[in-house]
Design a protein around this ligand. Structure first.
Ligand code: ADP
Ligand code: MG
Length: 361
């Protein structure tokens, strides 16, 4: 849907902002451009809708050379969301969202219908439509910006640090909501950020740029975290690279250990043998319906294992949780493991430190 071929941008003062940049964005994918301030992210993005013209190289949108396409026509197919949003201060939220449909000459009732739909789609309360931008919170304004960019249903969206001006909690919500929305609308998106965590969350693939607009690595978040191409990328990914990797790997990726499982009614000697075989000083008590009753230190057992011996596990994990969550659970657990359960609480095994480490290898 979008291709760059050996694109260079040299500003009149000689600054090379983008150097020999090539990439492709397939239809329906989010490509994140990430890198330190001044590495040419905004310049790259603005060349896509011709707000900036490349010095050399070729940029195509949907197969067409952008330099051979009328800018107004080009921009009709490209929604644009920026950090400072650029809402019209003296127009209501509804008027702001309807800007492009009105420019395109849509009938008034069609525009109104579309605005109403978008207000809901981006998670704004209907009564906010009559307000003015200064009467909204930062997060609400950002949602209006997204709604406005989507109004005429363009196939391509350009988003330049769209959630950069809001606090981390609101940013997290906006990211989540936007990804849910994207799963439905499937736009082709170039998303710019300087924040590696945002890049990891938002990107189907990530392009990491260095000063001078030089591409360092372009791949999926999982691949980049597992195999940084060079020292620059490694440094940019930061000290918590392995934890960030774990956040992307689901618990279902590892085969959980069976663990020292004991049914109620088992005698203490047998339970002790089961624990010893598993290398633990405790047993997991799992009933005949395979439901987790809890756990007990072997030394606390007396006679036959009963339900009353079971202390509850403080936390459990599901197949879809991340290994980072499992690691968090297991380091806080007196058992040193995370118990994996099914949605109804059935026992599925143990996630151990060793399994987490193996997954990273
Ligand atoms: P980013 O968005 O990654 O922070 P930019 O694309 O805005 O980076 O800028 C890339 C480089 O180009 C920077 O060194 C910046 O100073 C320079 N630059 C941006 N716009 C201009 C301009 N109009 N004239 C000269 N240099 C510019
Ligand atoms: Mg920028």
């Amino acid at each position: 849907m979008i291709t760059f071929e050996q694109v260079v941008k040299r500003y009149p003062d000689g600054t090379v902002a983008v150097d020999d940049l090539s990439f492709e964005v397939p239809e329906g994918e989010i490509l994140v451009l990430v890198g330190p301030s001044g590495c040419g992210k905004t310049t790259s993005m603005r060349m896509i809708n011709r707000m900036i013209e490349p010095t050399s190289g070729l940029i195509r949108v949907d197969g067409r050379d952008v330099m051979a396409t009328d800018p107004a026509e080009l921009r009709r197919g490209i929604g644009y969301v920026i950090q400072q949003i650029g809402l019209f201060p003296h127009r209501s939220v509804a008027d702001n969202i309807g800007t492009v449909p009105r420019l395109l000459g849509w009938q008034q009732d069609r525009t109104e219908e579309r605005v109403e739909e978008l207000v809901e789609v981006v998670g704004l309360r209907a009564e906010l439509a009559e307000r003015y931008p200064h009467q909204l919170s930062g997060g609400q304004r950002q949602r209006v910006g997204v709604a406005r960019a989507l109004a005429a249903d363009p196939p391509v969206l350009l988003m330049d640090e769209p959630f950069g001006a809001v606090d981390p909690i609101v940013r997290g919500h906006l990211q989540e909501e936007f990804l849910r929305l994207q799963a439905e609308v499937r736009k082709t998106i170039v998303f710019v950020t300087h924040d590696i965590d945002e890049a990891i969350v938002m990107g189907d693939r990530i392009a990491i740029l260095a000063e001078g607009g030089v591409l360092q690595q372009l791949d999926t978040p999982v691949e980049i975290l597992a195999r940084p191409a060079n020292a620059f990328v490694e440094e940019f990914l930061g000290a918590e690279r392995e934890l960030r990797r774990l956040a992307l790997i689901p618990v279902s990726e590892v085969t959980a250990d069976r663990g020292p499982v004991v049914r109620p009614g088992t005698d203490t000697d047998e339970a002790t043998r089961i624990a010893a075989a598993a290398g633990t000083d405790w047993i997991a008590i799992v009933d005949d319906d395979n439901m987790v009753a809890g756990w007990s230190y072997v030394t606390d057992l007396n006679g036959v294992v009963g339900a009353s011996d079971a202390r509850p596990f403080a936390a459990t994990v599901l197949a879809g949780d991340s290994l980072r969550t499992a690691l968090d659970v297991l380091v806080a657990s007196p058992n040193g493991v995370a118990v994996r359960v099914g949605p109804s609480g059935s026992y599925e095994g143990l996630v151990t430190r060793e399994l987490v480490t193996e997954a990273l290898r």
